[in-house]
Design a protein around this ligand. Structure first.
Ligand code: GLA
Length: 717
């Protein structure tokens, strides 16, 4: 007997995802896009599309099982205890729980009628932000263990004419290079098998434009990113109707997961947003969501800092550091961050080949310990923070000698190193305790320690856990249990130290994702601090992550002017990695003024609406704007991005956004180098309408390569 169809509409402010059961009570996606004015009409959608071939809806399944009716890429594949590999999920029930005025959690229960296993599809909807977090909960209802071969978080389905995928590739020092391509039949996957530093080659963040490539302000576009710090896989498959099947989750590679009876496996969320007004609006949706709900301290302040990494590398002692504190004070920053090289005694950390794992102060470099440095920094009125790489070990360390079984390596094969180091086995609870205690004992000894930079430089080679082996557990648990172990340590750290700011680093941006960022206040996008490179790197990250989390440091990596370097660093969380004493008088004066200007702009940059105005990939310049929610203030950053001889890069004015058309504004160039005279007339008044329709010319040319404009409301028309 045909069942009554069930229609489930998952609605945010602008968008709807409509799911519906078919005649066999299997749940499929029938619509994804702008919400209908009358939600009752959602029932009428499915007959308008021709999704279903004679096999009854095998392509649009809301969570595609393997081994029965489905012949395309599955979302879930299991092996039951009896060896059978079939699964057929039918709709059982759905509930909506209102968490608060803005957030609702939809739970849809699907069940296999033979084996009774259940999958709950979870959709957490952030109504105003138009963001959905989607994951699945897989429940073993059998008497014996079930092996999960593939266990996706989300299985989406889109019906459009064409699809354009933007995904990213990278490597050390060259993170986030976008590539856009039209999807054709077959499966395009983005994935990582790197284990810890999973995003080194490519992150899970992606965009899909529908019909035609979306631009900043136009077009239908989905932005997605998996909240998981380990191996991931996102499949984009065009079916025979040219509809797009998207399946995202933990990478099934070498990761069959054994699930005991009555246990549930909770997959990490896929976070996505959809806009019909281009990538800019979609990215602002994610910024709002991240600040409101995900990033640690998303509405809090951030400390400006001076880091010693590029100025000293491993070569320092107490005196050198204390001199740098004076520089930090002189500059006006909030905190000094001591980077790598402060630990290890039997195997001193004087280079990257020794000492990782031995987290005791090096007695030669720091005879009076961290506590002394914290106090000395306080004398200069600055806070003190420290670098750690707690998941790693050098073979030349006490830790390696004492606990070889804590190290990820193959028992019968040669060790493989990345930066002379190996990864500790965080699937082992003892190792988790060890890592937790590195931080806990540092804080117990130094309660005033004010900042942690948590680094992670090596991917996983030779994946093998002595712990799993010893406990008769399958090696295929390793990749997943590693990340779970990491999150368990980080949540213990956060439970005890909820407020301490922590920077997420992975030899640059090797691990930037929302799984980790719930524990971190900020991330290090790249070791590459050449400001020209950074314009591109920061630009792409900003589609997915709010700039308040992006640590941008002024360094000596390049010979680009200090002003240019500083302006680029201001577009996020500014910091320094220079020797302040070596600055010329004017450079110092400029930097001191910049730090105080930044202090007055921070709130606007962190909490404002971000608009990408001029794309450096399409022009000879870049321009970005942050405007306040009340539209009374904005700051516009613009840069020359070519070395070619040009009379001017800004031939055209830059059209501003996010202002009030009827308000009157004045535009003033700020962050000028001492003695520089601006070519911008700061007495002229403009309507918001003028600034958004005609625009303003920042006058970017070879003598003015970087210009910051402050836009302030001075009245109404
Ligand atoms: C990584 C980080 C750098 C620095 C070094 C220290 O490469 O990305 O910022 O901390 O480690 O060894």
């Amino acid at each position: 007997m045909a069942q009554q169809k069930v229609t489930i509409s998952i609605n945010s402010k602008s968008n709807s995802l409509v799911l519906q059961t078919n005649n066999q009570n299997r749940l499929g996606t029938v619509y994804f896009g702008r919400s209908l004015a009358n939600a009752a009409e959602n029932n009428l959608i499915s007959p308008q599309y021709h999704f279903n071939d004679s096999n009854a809806g095998i392509y649009n399944s809301a969570y595609t099982p393997a081994g029965t009716f489905n012949l395309v890429e599955p979302a879930i594949q299991v092996t039951h205890a009896d060896g059978n590999q079939s699964l057929d999920l039918k709709y059982i029930s759905n509930t909506i729980k209102k968490i608060d005025a803005n957030v609702s959690l939809y739970t849809i229960v699907l069940r296999d009628s033979v084996y009774r296993d259940e999958v709950d599809l979870m959709y957490k909807v952030y109504y105003n932000e138009n963001v959905i977090e989607q994951w699945s909960v897989i429940k073993n209802q059998e008497a014996r263990p079930v092996r999960l071969e593939k266990y996706a978080s989300a299985n989406l389905y889109f019906a459009s004419k064409n699809y354009y995928l933007t995904h990213y590739n990278g490597g050390w020092g060259r993170e986030m290079n976008p590539e856009e391509e039209q999807l054709t039949h077959g499966i395009k996957s983005i994935d990582s098998k790197l284990g810890t530093r999973a995003n080194l080659f490519e992150p899970s963040s992606f965009m899909v434009s529908f019909d035609k490539p979306a631009t900043e302000d136009e077009g239908q576009v989905l932005l997605g990113t998996l909240a998981w710090s380990g191996n991931f896989k996102v499949d984009f498959e065009l079916d025979s109707y040219k509809n797009l099947r998207l399946i995202a989750g933990i990478n099934p590679y070498a990761s069959a997961y054994q699930l005991a009876p009555a246990k549930a496996f909770i997959t990490p969320p896929l976070i996505y947003t959809y806009s019909e007004n281009g990538k800019g609006e979609a990215s602002r949706n994610l910024h709002h969501w991240a600040r409101n709900y995900r990033l640690a301290d998303g509405h809090g302040d951030r400390l400006t800092l001076l880091n010693n990494w590029e100025s000293t590398y491993f070569d320092f002692d107490e005196k050198k550091l204390i001199d740098l504190f004076k520089g930090a004070h002189n500059l006006g920053v909030d905190l000094f961050l001591l980077d790598d090289g402060w630990f290890g005694n039997k195997y001193p950390r004087n280079g990257d080949a020794a000492g990782l794992g031995d987290w005791q102060e090096n007695r030669k470099k720091l005879p009076q310990g961290i506590g002394y440095l914290v106090k000395e920094a306080a004398k200069e009125n600055i806070k003190f923070g420290i670098w750690l790489e707690p998941e790693m070990v050098n073979p030349k360390s006490d830790l390696y000698t004492k606990h070889p079984d804590w190290v990820v390596k193959q028992p019968q094969r040669p060790e493989i190193y990345f930066r002379n180091q190996l990864v500790l086995d965080l699937s082992n609870p003892e190792v988790q305790d060890f890592v937790y205690q590195i931080l806990d004992s540092l804080f117990i000894k130094n309660p005033k320690l004010a900042f942690i930079k948590w680094d992670c430089n090596s991917p996983v080679y030779n994946a093998y856990s002595a712990y799993l082996q010893k406990n008769n557990l399958p090696q295929s648990l390793f990749y997943v249990d590693y990340v779970k172990g990491l999150y368990s340590v980080l949540s213990r750290v956060r439970a005890k130290y909820p407020k301490v700011p922590m920077m997420l680093c992975s030899g640059g941006g090797g691990r930037v994702d929302y799984g980790a960022l719930q524990y971190f206040t900020e991330y290090w996008p790249s070791d590459n601090t050449n400001p020209l490179e950074r314009i591109y790197i920061q630009w792409e990250y900003s589609y997915f992550f709010p700039v308040m989390a992006s640590c941008n440091h002024v360094t000596d990596w390049s010979s680009v002017s200090l002003k240019f370097r500083t302006d680029v660093a201001m577009m996020g969380k500014m910091g320094y990695d220079i020797v302040v004493d070596k600055l010329s008088k004017n450079d110092l004066l400029f930097s001191q003024n910049a730090v105080s200007t930044y202090r007055s702009l921070k709130d606007l940059i962190f909490q404002g609406e971000m608009y990408r105005l001029v794309n450096p990939r399409e022009n000879q310049m870049a321009a970005l704007e942050f405007s306040s929610a009340d539209k009374k203030k904005a700051v516009v950053f613009s840069y020359l991005t070519t070395n070619r001889f040009l009379l001017t890069a800004s031939q055209l004015p830059v059209r501003l956004k996010g202002l009030s058309p009827s308000a009157v504004y004045q535009v003033k160039e700020i962050n000028l180098y001492p003695g520089a005279v601006s070519s911008i007339n700061d007495k002229q008044k403009y309507s918001g309408d003028f600034l958004m329709t005609v625009g303003i010319n920042p006058d970017i040319n070879l003598t003015r390569t970087s210009v910051v404009l402050e836009v302030k409301e001075v009245g109404t028309k």
